[in-house]
Every structure is written in structure tokens, then in C-alpha cells.
Design a protein around this ligand. Structure first.
Ligand SMILES: [Zn+2]
Length: 291
């Protein structure tokens, strides 16, 4: 009955051609974790290592990136309906959460950022891309592991053990980065998605626009930016690989600044080491930068 109601709700909520409600294949012994998007997916993958009968599914396609303007699809709700727990980044990235709680009031939702206090705010709006701050990222791992341990009690010790193992890995990464980024470097960025790298990589980042995933800046902002870079003797421009900006080329040619492509860790493959690899690639870029 519950399944039938849920299926009806899906159909009512979404005016999308349906091929029919799929039969749920879940067995009782299986524990299913669904994550909202890629950064959460990689944490969950690390935390379930060695646990039998467990499944981790990412709700959004792994190439989607950030979910700010994301509209839930029928296939997303089908995935979520099968979930025992749904993991979100929180801080406003998943603006569809109320749709999920309305549809599935029983759903256990883990907010990975629940007690993170080291937040970057601009005009009272919190920058939600906290995972690029390594300390915050470790908090997210801990938050998720603790909640999973209390929800799936049978495997409680395993989640906590995996959390320790993964956090050790991240600590090593952090140590390495700290050793190689002793000099603070100034840069201009065009995407708020990279702001938390300031904490991880000892960067002084001036973000030119607060808009997310914009497609270029106005002529006025362009000339202001060029002036700002010249006046402050800034040598580095950082771009999020997912938000290419043609104006950056103009700015670079008008100033002495060079462009560095950075990763916000918003998409990738199933590799457990993905976050570490992404940060190491960012580190390589930072090492090339001038002070
Ligand atoms: Zn974003």
C-alpha cells in the first residue's frame, strides 16, 4: 500500500512520461544509502568498505556537479524511495530536501554539515562548498560515520573504523599540503565554489562575483577586476574547471596574471581516492603560482 501511494505521489509531482513504477527489488538484509551528489558519494563509499549487503547510490548523475538549481527527476525519487538513509551536504545545496521530506516523512536524512562552524559567508549567505576546506571535510566524514553507526547499528563499529582510516588518509594529505603551501598566495577567482581552498591551500582569494556558475561578467566588472589585479599586484587567476570563463583570458592578457584551472571535486569516478587526487591536483596548481 505504502509503495502504491509513493508511486502515485511521484506521478502527481512530476509531469514526466512514466514508464510505470518499477518493482522494488530490495531485500530485508540489504541496507541502501543514497547520497545527493558526488562529494557525499565518495565519503559514503569510503565508509562502507568491507560491510556486506550494503549499497551506495548517488542520486544525481556523477557528472552533474553542484545541485543549486537541480530539479528532481522521477528516477531520483525512485532511488530515494529505496533508501534507508539519504545523505546530503546541507547548507542549502540540496534545495529540494523539503520535497523529499514531504514525500517520505520517515526518511532518515544525514546532514553532513550539521555542526560545521568554520563557514565562509558573504552578505549573510553561507558558502556551502565546505568540503574543499580539509578540516571541514573531516568533520563531514565524522558526521556521516557517526550517524550511519547509530542508524545501522549492526555495522556500527565498521563505519567508525572506516571513518578513522579515511580521516587518517585525509590528515596525511593535509600535512603534505601544509608543508608545500607555506607562502600565502593571492588570487582572483570567478566562482564561489573555490573559496574554501583559501583555508586548505593558504590562498588569499578574492572572488569577483558571488553568482554561482555564471557565464561571464559585465564590462564594468571586467575593467574593475583588471584594475584590482594591477593595484594589488595579483599574479594568479583561478577558475573552476566546471565553470569556464572567457573573460579570464581577457583579464590575464591585460594584466600579468596567469590562469590556473582548479577542481571543486564536484564530479568524478568511483575511485575511493578521488578526493585526495583532486586535492593533490589543486596543490600542483598552487605550487606553480607566484606569490
Ligand atoms: Zn556549488
Amino acid at each position: 500500500m505504502k509503495k502504491i501511494i509513493a508511486c502515485m505521489i511521484i506521478m502527481l509531482f512530476l509531469i514526466i512520461t512514466l514508464t510505470g513504477c518499477k518493482q522494488m527489488e530490495k531485500t530485508d538484509s540489504e541496507f541502501t544509502i543514497v547520497t545527493s551528489f558526488y562529494p557525499m558519494y565518495i565519503i559514503a563509499k569510503n565508509l562502507v568498505q568491507g560491510i556486506p549487503n550494503i549499497e551506495v547510490n548517488n542520486m544525481a548523475d556523477q557528472s552533474i556537479g553542484c545541485l543549486h538549481d537541480y530539479t528532481l527527476k522521477t528516477s531520483d525519487l525512485v532511488k530515494i524511495e529505496k533508501a534507508d538513509v539519504f545523505i546530503i551536504n546541507g547548507l542549502g545545496i540540496e534545495n529540494f530536501t523539503t520535497t523529499i521530506t514531504d514525500n517520505y516523512p520517515e526518511m532518515k536524512i544525514i546532514n553532513a554539515s550539521s555542526n560545521i562552524t568554520n563557514l565562509i559567508k558573504e552578505n549573510n549567505i553561507t558558502n556551502a562548498h565546505v568540503w574543499l576546506d580539509i578540516e571541514n571535510y573531516m568533520k563531514q566524514i565524522e558526521n556521516i560515520a557517526n550517524k550511519l553507526a547509530s542508524i545501522d547499528e549492526e555495522n556500527s563499529s565498521k563505519y567508525l573504523e572506516n571513518s578513522q582510516i579515511y580521516q587518517e588518509k585525509i590528515k596525511e594529505l593535509s600535512k603534505r599540503i601544509k608543508e608545500l603551501t607555506k607562502q600565502r598566495k593571492k588570487c582572483v577567482s570567478f566562482s564561489e565554489s573555490l573559496e574554501y581552498l583559501s583555508n586548505s591551500m593558504n590562498l588569499e582569494i578574492k572572488t569577483i562575483t558571488a553568482e554561482h556558475e555564471h557565464n561571464g561578467i559585465s564590462a564594468e566588472k571586467l575593467s574593475d577586476t583588471i584594475e584590482y589585479i594591477k593595484n594589488n599586484n595579483i599574479k594568479n587567476i583561478i577558475l573552476d574547471e566546471n565553470t569556464p570563463d572567457n573573460n579570464a583570458q581577457v583579464i590575464a592578457s591585460e594584466t600579468n596574471a596567469k590562469i590556473y584551472i582548479m577542481k571543486a571535486g564536484l564530479s568524478g569516478n568511483d575511485d575511493l581516492n578521488s578526493y585526495v587526487d583532486i586535492m593533490n591536483e589543486n596543490l600542483k596548481q598552487v605550487e606553480k603560482m607566484e606569490e
